[in-house]
Design a protein around this ligand. Structure first.
Ligand code: ZN
Length: 633
């Protein structure tokens, strides 16, 4: 028996009432066949939790759960109508009933009284999930995959628990922590850090650089120190392809360990991975993985909420904090060993309040090494006022309305897309945009927006409250028109009136935005606006730079482009922290780190930020190159 279970056995006086035990990742589940004990354990479980400082849950043994059909009927009777239950799904292996409702608060009841009554009358553990206000196929599919493979999930999560709790296997001679840059060192794209301790080997992100040639698109997994079969876990900071894009490939190559991320990150990254496959298919390009590998990733994902502390290996404890960058984006805090070392990997961060999100957290219980991004890390990368940029966007749209032109906003699907929708919705409601013209939202952006409505807890205060009140949910505004396929896209292209188009990809490399651009660039009434970083080598970067005449190859056909469309840059609305925000972050981060490692930025920007932080705050800094290893402890 694992030591932690032995410990629990000693703490529970009537342990004979426990019929079975299981791990669900770091959580410990006790099952009982004693109905009375399940309903009232007399505070014993609480005491166990306080003593061992791990999450312990008492559940009814599957042998005593009520008949599913009858139980569902009881649940539907107990939950008030206004909660709008959309589905009840039973997970018999784990004695849980997942109740999907539009208003979770009403389903839970005051102080959870309805849930208590459900437990009493049905002997099931009820879990309430929010039904997205906009229907999301991907959420439905992900939930279906997890429910259908519930038996596999139970075994997998138990295995993860054993890896955490079965104790140190190797003999430790010396304590150390090292991180190797497999991608994202002095570059934007293919972010991938390999963290090693005497007990653990984990990847922090594993992304794809879509703008790079094949040879340098992927992290350098062939580095001699990296062996997939020894990998314990993947930690995913957020759902952008340059951080998440290669994770399905790890599963294709046989990895069966957990990927840790927040729930919105799981849903959005699965969606973007499937889209990535779809786009490549249309371009007759091969991808390294297919949709079955994305499914494997979903099945092996362990979701953790912000500020929920979780052991992930015998010597690593992970906590996610809000990073302010996109929905579900996380600063990853790792506590190594017993107080040996504490590090934060920021992934991408924003240190200002936006329409969509709160600024990144800057307070941590402990911190020695900070690994921070430098997308806008150079001295010259000061972002201007967001308010001015919003005004500028509104002006461009108003001008297009006057001239009956179209406005194209190429977006990454998640992040600036939803920020732009919120800005436009707000301006139209307040009459700052003079006419309620249609805002066409292309398929993928729409799906991602739907995911936002499922996780209001991950959004900024204002929009969260608006969603809770459903009738004021800005994402449900009737100005937004979904564009589902090629035919509808053509109708938008040929439509006469003024409109706004929000479409992927964000750098005009592929997808709908490229198609729209192709039909829009030769008309001076039209406008294109960029809200985010444009990588070197992309069409977005060329257009953004102001070049007027150049040749571009669309579908293998070179086209001589004579740009008439007006080009606007609102990078000040970026989801990344600008130079001043990064420096402010270093000023405010608490406690002060002893070492700062800079990554995720063009070489000069990484070096500039590293040297400025060193000069200003007297902290040891470095901007490692790919394949460099830094010893943190
Ligand atoms: Zn990002």
């Amino acid at each position: 028996m694992t030591e932690i279970l032995e410990q629990i056995k000693k703490l529970v006086p009537n342990y004979s009432k426990i019929s079975d035990t299981a791990f669900e990742g770091a959580n410990i589940i006790l099952y009982t066949k004693d109905k009375g004990f399940f309903l009232d354990n007399g505070g014993i479980i609480k005491e166990v939790v306080n003593t061992i400082k791990k999450r312990v849950e008492l559940r009814p043994d599957p042998a005593i759960t009520g008949d599913m059909e009858k139980s569902e009927k009881i649940m539907r009777e107990l939950i008030p109508e206004d909660a709008k239950v959309s589905d009840i799904i039973f997970d018999p292996q784990r004695s849980r009933a997942i109740i999907e409702a539009e208003k979770p608060g009403s389903a839970i009841g005051k102080q959870g009284e309805i849930l208590k009554e459900i437990r009493k009358q049905t002997m099931w553990v009820p879990l309430i999930r929010r039904t997205p206000a906009l229907r999301s196929k991907i959420i439905e599919n992900i939930r279906a995959v997890l429910y259908q493979n519930s038996d596999y999930r139970r075994k997998f999560l138990d295995k993860v628990g054993h890896r955490i709790y079965d104790g140190p296997i190797k003999s430790k001679k010396e304590d150390w922590v090292r991180v190797t840059y497999l991608g994202g060192g002095r570059q934007v794209g293919r972010s991938c850090l390999f963290l090693q301790t005497p007990e653990s080997k984990v990847l922090l992100d594993c992304g794809v650089n879509v703008a790079a040639p094949d040879t340098s698109m992927y992290p350098i997994l062939e580095a001699p120190e990296f062996k997939l079969e020894e990998l314990d876990a993947v930690i995913l900071s957020h759902a952008h392809i340059d951080h998440s894009g290669l994770i399905p490939y790890l599963y294709k190559m046989g990895f069966r360990g957990p990927t840790y991320c927040t729930p919105p990150t799981r849903d959005v990254s699965a969606l973007l991975a499937l889209d990535y496959i779809g786009v490549a298919f249309k371009q007759a390009r091969k991808t390294l993985f297919d949709s079955s590998d994305v499914k494997e990733m979903v099945m092996h994902t362990v979701c953790i909420d912000y500020e929920e502390v979780t052991d992930i290996t015998p010597d690593l404890r992970l906590t996610f904090y809000n990073a302010g960058h996109i929905v579900g984006s996380s600063l990853c805090h790792l506590h190594v060993g017993n107080g040996l070392h504490n590090l934060v990997y920021t992934g991408d961060l924003k240190y200002l309040k936006t329409k969509l999100l709160e600024p990144a957290t800057s307070n941590f219980p402990r911190l020695e090494t900070l690994m921070i991004e430098a997308t806008y890390g150079g001295k010259e990368n000061i972002l201007g006022s967001r308010m001015k940029a919003e005004d500028g966007m509104i002006e461009v749209i108003n001008k297009a309305i006057d001239e009956k032109g179209k406005v194209l906003i190429p977006v990454l699907g998640v992040g600036r897309a939803q920020e732009a929708l919120l800005i436009i919705e707000d301006a139209m409601m307040k009459g700052r945009i003079k006419e309620k013209v249609p805002v066409y939202v292309q398929g993928l952006v729409w799906d991602v927006t739907a995911i936002h409505t499922a996780y209001p807890d991950y959004l900024g205060r204002t929009v969260r409250q608006a969603i809770f009140r459903n009738d004021t949910n800005p994402f449900l505004s009737d100005i937004f028109k979904k564009v589902a396929g090629k035919k509808e896209q053509e109708e938008v292209i040929n439509s006469p009136g003024p409109c706004v188009i929000v479409a992927t990809s964000g750098m005009l490399t592929a997808g709908a935005s490229l198609e729209y651009f192709r039909h829009m660039y030769d008309n001076p009434k039209n406008a294109v606006m960029f809200l985010s970083y444009q990588s070197e080598g992309t069409l977005g970067r060329i257009v953004q730079s102001g070049m007027k005449n150049f040749t571009y190859v669309f579908d293998d056909k070179p086209e001589n482009i004579d740009m008439k469309i007006s080009v606007h840059n609102f990078a000040d609305l970026s989801g990344h922290a600008g130079r001043s925000e990064l420096m402010n972050y270093l000023r405010n981060v608490n406690p002060k780190p002893k070492k700062v490692l800079v990554n995720h930025g063009e070489s000069s920007r990484c070096l500039d930020l590293a040297s400025s932080i060193h000069k200003m705050y007297r902290i040891e800094t470095d901007a490692p190159k790919n394949l460099e290893t830094v010893r943190l402890k």
